[in-house]
Structure formats: C-alpha cells, structure tokens
Design a protein around this ligand. Sequence first.
Ligand code: LLP
Length: 432
Amino acid sequence: MHHFHYIRKRLFCEAVAVESLVQKHGTPLYVYSQRTLTEHFQRLDRAFAPLDHQICFAVKSNGNLCVLRALANLGSGFDIVSGGELRRVLAAGADPRRCVFAGVGKTGAEIEFALRRGVCYFNVESVPELERLNRIAARLNKVAPVAVRVNPNVEAFTHAKITTGTYANKFGIAFEQVEAVYDLAAKMKNLRLRGLQMHIGSQLTRVSPFAKAVRKVLPLARRLAEKYELEFFNIGGGLGIVYQPALASGPENWWKTPAAKDILTPERYGADLAPLLEPLGLKILLEPGRFIVGNAGILVTRVEYVKRTGKKTFVIVDAAMNDLIRPAFYDAYHEIIPLTRKNGAALKTDVVGGVCESGDYFCKNRPLPKVVEGDYLALMSAGAYGFVMASNYNARPLAAEVLVNGNQSAVARQRQPVEAIWSGEKLAPWLK
Ligand code: LLP
C-alpha cells in the first residue's frame, strides 16, 4: 500500500506530480510520502492494539530527520544502533527515553553518550558488552537499563545477508546460554534487567518464522520475567513488504493479488502473535523499519543514454549503485516505472548506473516500456535501506531528499555539494 499513483499518465506522490519535484530539485531524487508512512505506522499500531505495546522505528532503515520527526509525532520510539543514530533522533527533536540501543559493536564512547542521554535501555549482544556497560555505568554513577538479545536459532527464510536469528549469525546470545547470562548480569551492580529482545531477520514475508521464534522463546521469557521482574519483550522488526509488483492491481490492493497472497500483513502478524504474547503480561516492543518506510519512498532518475550493443539494450541513468545499492548488493528487485506512463511494446532492458562496475545495475533483461534520453524513471519501494546506504563512490554527491504531505512538499535534505565530498581531506605537508 502506498500513495504513488498515476493520474492521467503522470506519476503523483499523494497530490504532487513527481515531475514537478524533479524540475525543482533535479535528479537523482528520493521522494517520500508522509501519508504512506503514517498509514503504515498506524496499521501496525492498530494490529497490536490488544497489547500494551510500543513501536520503535528502526532508524537504520531511513534516518532522515523529517521521517524521524513525522514518526515521533505519531508516538513512535526508535531502535538505534550507533551514537550517530542517537544524535539523529535528538536532532529530529525526539525523546531519547524512547530509544532502544542495539548492535553488536557499541563503543565505550557510544555507551557513555547513550547513558548520559538516558535511553530507554540497551539491547546487549554479548557478555563482554554487559561487563563494559556495567563498568561505564559504575564510573558515571548510573544504573544501565538492559535487555539481552536472544538468538533463537530459527530460520527466517529470507536473503542470507539479512537473516540474523541463527547460530551462523553474529547476533545475540545463543538461546541455551541466555538464562546463565541473566544470572551473571543480575550480579552486576550497575545494571538493571528490564527486558528480553530478539530479531530473526529482515524482509520476512511469512508469519510462521515469527510465530516459531516467539513460541520457542516464550517459556524462557516467562521464567526470566518472573525471576527478574522484567517489564518488556522486544520481538524485533523484520516485516517484509511487496517489492513486486507494487502498482499491478492498484495501490490499495497489492496484498490481495494472487502472487502476493501469502504475504505477511501487519493484521495477520498482530492476529497470530498477540494471542501468544498476551498471557506473558509484558509490554511488547516492535522494531519495524522497512514495513514503515519501504514503500513510502522512491528514487527518481533521469535517462542519460540508451545504448544498444550486442544483443542488449542498456538504459543508462543518472542514479547508480552509490545511490541505491540494494540491487547490486542483494540482487534486490525494485519495480521501475516511467514518470510519464508509456504505451507500446515492452523491450527487454538493463537499467544501469554510470559507476564503473558491472554490478552497477537496477535491473537486468526486464521488459520495460521504450524510453529515450531525458525521460525520468522511478525506482519504487526505495524508502528503506535506500538513501541510508548511499555512498560517495566515484565522487558522486549524495542525492537530495524531498518529503511530500498532501499537496505540500519540502526539501528534507539538500543535494550534497560536490566539494563536500572531500571537504574533510587535507594535503599532507610534504606534498605541498
Ligand atoms: N531490529 C534489528 C535488531 C535489526 O537488525 C533490524 C534490521 C531491524 C530491527 C529492522 O528490520 P526491518 O523491520 O527493517 O526488516 N539493508 C538490508 C536490510 C538490513 C536489515 C538490518 N537489520 C536491505 O536493504 O534489505
């Protein structure tokens, strides 16, 4: 579900023609629909209404200050994984007491900063991290609120690079060891055990792995909750979205299309998990990223060249793997549609960027309408893990980002000036 749709052959984001944004702000351009992310947040929130719960949006999926502020205004908390993300949340004017701090590699400086700012609690991923946290809290004369991340060793059936809940992954503490770790942590004077956390992977499209992991962890959660008076159980993020075909049967009906009928919806997620979780009597925390913002953003790009060589047609565009790395990195599918709807036969096309790597492509051999230089294309469902994973590879400036709300639009981030790419660099004295 999203609010990008054609009106008389022109692509609109809510009530704004995307082409008008491109004319104003140039390309490559990320465009976000506030209404889409609002509705996603509210749908998930409603699905968990029977439980005492809190959504903590995963900042890693989209850290733009406008996105964070819009979600904070809806009552969202935040799942952060670095001192930088905590600073982003603060810069957006949101409340650090609603931040849960995760990640396997928290540095001493990050822990100290988060303790001083009073985050809700730390998701701890190892015994050495517990010890470090205890030491730093003691030095600051504070008590650190803690949950341990349990690795339930459940297969999530998702891409290998984004599965996290098996023993082949670096995340969390093995299910069998968790109780002993709580016993150990309980003896550390400057820690306070508050909850239990898990996260089994990202872009999950079925409810069964979630239910399996919850069922497996529940008895453990019950024992620990009783013994240590825990307050919450954090079930992580991971709800998948439909990348393909987002517009096929109308924006309102994507989950009803036959190809997508097995797709996990927030309603099914809530309906299946709430009855399992309710008897636990703990507050339930959720850490969704992609589900909230994935379909709420697109990346707009201009066709620079159309090149026919050998047997292939290459459409070379002004966005590249440095702007959206998901196809290159995960072989991810992003639907590609023109800003002006075209009639006529589809042509097998590779849409590629200008970076000097064969992996720099957005699609391969995909039937697409014929385009010419100067046309604009939209890469759909680019709101999560899009801009946040961008780089300056090939000295390409970071794209601009725009937020749309109804018929209003605002620059959420200006295009990076090219000089800013090397502004932190200095010539060594002996080179001058
Ligand atoms: N909580 C934890 C502990 C996580 O590791 C993640 C994502 C989330 C929550 C949010 O997951 P989500 O609801 O967005 O699935 N760059 C990859 C995705 C990496 C996910 C990393 N962890 C991609 O582009 O598909």
